[in-house]
Design a protein around this ligand. Structure first.
Ligand code: ZN
Length: 415
């Protein structure tokens, strides 16, 4: 059941019971990702309002599902941490689901994924300035996966307790997960293994990467039969490190697995949108995760193996090279207006117009106040960047300026 539909369905209790909340459902994933990857969250940059909104969304879902804070969380679901030397506060979110076997009360399973992304030209952004990087696959997909698994295991509890977490500041360098394993909130000794979901929303040709299988001595014996019976095209890798949060847990001596449907053309680009997610595919990925977790729940302990090195898909570097080439091509197409503006309160005053630029040909003049660009009211440099975002050469820009107290409409063609 979705937080967004609770109010709507409140008067229809029959409907609420018609579909079991325990199922991992396409509709639930779609609702979570559609919100998390909406423009309202402005790309969920860690430490900014959009990032905080994502953390609040996770917390409200953890509460709805019935997860509890751990003893060391002082009753709070959100664990703040400061970015060094930047004075920026970021928020991880943590909640626990009790297990059924009292013998395992001090032996946790951990499932996590990062909720932050690249903002509007924030850390990791590869698009043009002003473009919102919605991060539907990276990593609203993993965040929604954490929420759906929390719901699933609440209805189908395991013997071990499960800690569910979403991390901030992954895109700044795994900082949220690093802060969490270094804090006293988690007792690393008591975590049996960790599952990291990062970019699991673009299942293509059934391909799924699972890394970290060498990080505990027992993993292959226990999990190979699970993988052999899967209908996914799995690429398995033993190495314990990756450019993602499983690395922080691995470095803390915790066996950690990494689930990943691979990079694609929209990686860290503004086109990583909710409508491109393979929702049915993500349900299949999460279903495999439940089989892995259920199997490992039958163990009393796992023996950590310090199997380092980058565990990534075999074609990852090729794909990234191709990706950077396409970004360079797009970059070469970027259209320019040719103005500079100075900010006075919430007014943007044109302070220079480059000769023979799109702006000068459109008749923009020094001292004009920019009121509106492409239908967007201009009140700051941010609103101007967002109004011009993604503009390619040859595209038209509609502007309204104020000149000597009169509104003037201008049309420029980007160069
Ligand atoms: Zn990323």
């Amino acid at each position: 059941m979705l937080i967004t539909s609770i109010l709507f369905l409140a008067a229809q209790s029959v409907e609420i019971q018609a579909t079991p909340a325990s199922d991992i459902r396409v509709d639930d994933l779609r609702a979570h990702i559609s919100f998390l990857a909406s423009d309202e969250l402005e790309g969920r940059e860690s430490g900014r309002e959009g990032g905080h909104k994502a953390a609040n969304y996770v917390e409200s879902n953890f509460r709805r599902i019935g997860l509890k804070p751990l003893a060391n969380q002082d009753g709070a679901y959100q664990i703040d941490f400061e970015l060094e030397r930047q004075g920026i506060t970021c928020k991880n979110v943590v909640g626990v689901l009790a297990g059924t076997n009292p013998a395992y009360v001090d032996s946790y399973i951990a499932i996590g994924g990062h909720h932050d992304h690249a903002g509007i030209g924030g850390p990791g952004a590869m698009g043009f300035p002003g473009e919102i990087h919605n991060g539907a696959d990276d990593n609203a997909s993993g965040t929604s996966g954490v929420l759906e698994l929390a719901e699933y295991y609440t209805a189908n509890p395991l013997e071990h307790p499960i800690i569910f977490m979403t991390f901030s500041a992954e895109e700044r360098g795994l900082l949220g997960s690093k802060a969490l394993v270094a804090s006293n909130v988690l007792d690393n000794e008591k975590i049996m293994f960790m599952i990291n979901l990062d970019m699991i929303g673009r299942l293509d040709k059934d391909y799924l990467f699972v890394g970290g299988l060498g990080t505990a001595a027992e993993l292959h014996d226990l999990l190979d039969p699970v993988f052999e019976s899967s209908d996914l095209a799995l690429e398995l890798n033993d190495k314990g490190e990756a450019p993602s949060d499983n690395t922080s847990f691995f470095h803390a001596g915790i066996p950690a697995l990494f689930f990943f449907t691979n990079v694609h053309d929209d990686y860290h680009m503004p086109g990583d949108d909710a409508d491109k997610i393979n929702y049915a595919g993500e349900v299949r990925v999460l279903s495999l995760v439940t089989k892995v977790v259920d199997k490992l729940d039958q163990s009393t302990s796992l023996k950590f193996v310090n199997h380092g090195g980058m565990g990534m898909p075999a074609d990852f570097n090729t794909r990234m090279r191709d990706h950077y080439r396409k970004i360079m091509e797009r970059s070469a197409m970027k259209g320019k207006l040719g103005i500079r503006a100075s900010v006075e309160g919430d007014l943007l005053i044109i302070s220079s117009v480059r000769e023979a630029s799109a702006a000068s040909e459109a008749g923009v003049m020094l001292g004009d106040t920019l009121l509106n660009v492409n239908g967007r009211d201009i009140t700051s440099m941010k609103t101007l960047r967002m109004a011009l975002a993604g503009g390619l050469r040859g595209e038209n820009v509609d502007m309204v300026v104020s000149r000597d107290g009169t509104k003037v409409a201008l049309k420029a063609t980007l160069k």
